[in-house]
Design a protein around this ligand. Sequence first.
Ligand code: NDP
Length: 337
Amino acid sequence: MSALPATGRAWHLVARPHGWPKAEDVALREVPVTEPAPGSVLVRNRYFSVDPYMRGRMNDVKSYIPPFRLDRPMEGSAVGEVIASAAEGIAVGDHVLHFLGWREYSEVPAAQAVKVDPELAPLSAYLGVLGMPGLTAYAGLFEVGAFKEGDAVFVSGAAGAVGSLVGQLARIKGASRVIGSAGSEAKVKLLTEEYGFDAAFNYKSGPVGELLREAAPDGIDLYFDNVGGDHLEAAITSLNDFGRAVICGMISLYNETENPPGPRNLPMIIGKRLRLEGLMVNDHQKLQPRFVQEVAGWIASGELRYDETVVEGIENGYDAFMGLMRGENTGKMVVSL
Ligand code: NDP
């Protein structure tokens, strides 16, 4: 076995951001690399994920997941190759998915490492289309959203990791109309020309309410919310009677220092008998096998497309995260190491 390096680099949170994070809030530091403790493996990471929810973990607030600790490496999904093992069942050369990302080398307890097969899918896919964002789309649409054939579906953040799958899954399962919103003309084109959306609009080109009304003149039955704010207000206005909204994310608010008031049209929920329901992907782990089987099948048949934006080099990891917040990604944003 070749000797382990003495150190590896890891992104640390060093200050809690107020509003949009700044470069000074994080630091890329050298940390020691050691032989794994009994029951653990040492992983040379190949990709780590940057995700919108990580912005919430930078704040010192009680949430469904604890805040990142200051002066400690940040965490998140990562995939890599086992280079030393002190655990039964995981060998050097195996590839694993785990939750100690944002660093080159991770010492991972075996119970927290899931073996993945790089022959079945590219390693990065386990962070995106076949991973947590993919399951979010699948569970949100089919379980929480109770999608049924013939529904007109609107999804915001539609060119992102979750949104691009939501729209395509709805199309594959027989939606009457699939509408998406995204933040550039290029993304809008991708939605209608490559992903098979019936209509799409650039939310930066006018009031979202008007753009949605034009794109969905007969209204919508199901809204998958990745954005919140004016998107949610517009969707409530366009939802038909007994419509549903899956509240998955509200990225338009994550870097705000004060939550804006609204949506202003909540009374419509009563008259239209709407149902708005929050989604937490971790509640739906039991769907994982069915999700992987179905989605992998649609990828193989060419019915479902996915994109990734790969940022090279751990030194660019934080820029990748900030780029995600600014919409520089198409599909899943990952960092390759
Ligand atoms: P994406 O790949 O969609 O990346 C984020 C995208 O958000 C950007 O590309 C950008 O695209 C868009 N965006 C940024 N700011 C705004 C804004 N002010 N208004 C509208 N769009 C904006 O990320 P994910 O697919 O990983 O996540 C999508 C959403 O799902 C997030 O809100 C996330 O928090 C949530 N989520 C929730 C989970 C749960 O269990 N509830 C699990 C996983 C994700 P554009 O160019 O179009 O602006």
